[in-house]
Design a protein around this ligand. Structure first.
Ligand SMILES: [Zn+2]
Length: 112
């Protein structure tokens, strides 16, 4: 996402995924953050179409895994199935974060 104030990338993927980006936790959940370059208070207002492709891909992967779950369980055993499940979940969370970071549309939050 591009900062509307300074026209540079408003945040890096790592910063987006692993920090609150200069706002409180509650604000962060609501899509608020500050630009990494100019510190402008921004908010994610919507997502590009591509973001929904990420969401669909993630859901399809999870559904596929659920379908394969019982045969996986029988062939590789419970502990390996749990490991694979964790990897699938982490991938899903990563893809979701990546989609949000890449395709989020932000606007400047006006100070009251
Ligand atoms: Zn900026």
């Amino acid at each position: 996402m591009t900062c509307p104030s300074c026209n540079q990338s408003a945040s890096s993927l790592l910063r987006h995924a692993f920090s609150l980006q200069g706002v409180s936790f509650i604000k962060s959940v609501q899509g608020h953050f500050t630009c990494q370059h100019c510190g402008t208070h921004l908010r994610v207002v919507r997502f590009g179409k591509q973001f929904w492709l990420f969401v669909i891909a993630t859901v399809v992967a999870l559904v596929l895994f659920l379908f394969l779950f019982s045969s996986l369980f029988l062939s590789v055993g419970p502990s390996t199935t749990v490991v694979i499940w964790l990897i699938v979940m982490l991938l899903a969370v990563f893809l979701f974060n990546f989609g949000m970071w890449k395709y989020g549309v932000v606007e400047t939050v006006k100070k009251p």
